[in-house]
Write a protein that binds this ligand. Structure first.
Ligand SMILES: [Zn+2]
Length: 366
């Protein structure tokens, strides 16, 4: 479909930059979906294929730990190996879904820097074997620390990522929400200055990181992680616009020089999402809404098949329930629910039909 076609599969390095540029030039963004196992990974791939859109798959440290198995005694090793296992799963399968997939890890605060470094150990090994990094990018979220530490630590890790063709995502300003420990109704009022990133800080990030390599930036503009009561969240996308304009003016760049990420996208007003896309947002995280979309159909399924979740064989009439309690039945309902919620996300972000992946048939015809 596109003149700048890419091979389907995991994209890294220059291919990733091509994808980011296509999003920004085309005024659309990709959903970055948190996954916790093969069911959620495959649901995302299925949805991307169906919507003919490229997609971002990401793991939090908790998601990675769950991927490896909560039974593993060493939780840190599980966080590392779960991420590696998920990445290898996606590397193997993504191209067969015919779309481009960005592989990313989510929020790593100061305590989780060793997690990122351990994943980079595996990434370097993978690079030696295949010439590709394991992940397209990792996120470092030092927004709770002072900005000097945030940027110097981000710079240090980016220097290690650049030889692998990797990018870094950073965060400036505190995005509210449960995972950040700032989620009370009092904290997320519209006037709270901690929710809004200063354009001057975005400029500092650009000046520190851009000379080293490619970085993407999650700036806070009133967004929160998770879903809250309506009226609590006052999104101000003009903060993104002001940041872009400050960098553009100061360094005489083209329009929207920053590659921006929208955190806490679940439950956001659609007009504010659309507006943020015009200010260089190419990625929007989605987790809370897809978690619910995964769970809701399972609840319905259990309600409709209560006996199958109590008895293997009906105690009264001897009906076997194997066909109903087979995990493939109800986990498939979960996958379909999650994929259906992503139809909406691709549409909201303008991504439907925009995949840069050259289809195999196109390659044959060329
Ligand atoms: Zn965030």
């Amino acid at each position: 479909m596109s003149k700048t076609g890419l091979k389907p599969g995991v994209v890294t390095g220059e291919e990733y930059l091509t994808l980011v540029k296509a999003c920004k030039d085309g005024g659309y963004a990709l959903p970055a979906v948190n996954v916790v196992g093969t069911n959620s990974v495959n649901a995302v791939l299925e949805a991307a294929q169906k919507n003919k859109s490229d997609v971002i798959i990401q793991l939090s440290n908790g998601g990675a730990e769950f991927y490896a198995g909560k039974g593993m005694e060493d939780g840190f090793t599980a966080k590392v190996l779960g991420a590696v296992a998920a990445a290898k799963h996606v590397h193997l399968l993504a191209e067969h879904y015919g779309v481009c997939v960005v592989l990313h890890t989510d929020h790593a605060n100061r305590a989780l820097i060793p997690w990122v470094e351990a994943m980079l150990d595996h990434g370097e090994q993978h690079f030696k074997e295949t010439g590709k990094p394991l992940f397209t990018s990792h996120m470092l979220d030092l927004s709770a620390d002072d900005i000097d530490f945030n940027l110097s630590e981000s710079a240090r890790l980016l220097k290690r990522m650049v030889p692998l063709g990797m990018s870094i995502e950073i965060e400036l300003g505190v995005t509210g929400g449960e995972e950040d420990g700032v989620g009370s109704d009092d904290d997320i009022g519209a006037d709270n200055p901690h929710l809004y990133t200063q354009p001057e800080d975005c400029l500092r990030a650009y000046e520190t990181l851009n000379p080293i390599g490619h970085f993407t930036l999650a700036a806070s503009f009133g967004n929160v992680h998770g879903v809250y009561k309506p009226g609590n969240v006052k999104l101000r996308p003009e903060i993104l616009k002001n940041s872009q304009e400050l960098v553009q003016k100061t360094h005489n760049t083209g329009k929207n020089p920053l590659d921006l990420v929208f955190h806490g996208g679940s439950g956001s007003e659609k007009e504010k999402i659309s507006e943020s896309l015009t200010y260089g947002v190419f990625k929007m995280n989605i987790d809370t809404d897809t978690q619910f979309a995964f769970a809701e159909p399972v609840g319905k399924y259990v309600e409709a098949n209560t006996k199958a979740f109590k008895y293997q064989v009906d105690p009264e009439d001897g009906t076997p329930y194997k066909k109903q309690y087979d995990p493939r039945k109800w986990l498939r309902e979960a996958e379909k629910g999650m994929a259906a919620r992503l139809d909406e996300a691709f549409a909201d972000l303008g991504a439907t039909g925009k995949s840069l992946a050259l289809k195999k048939t196109d390659e044959l015809a060329a």
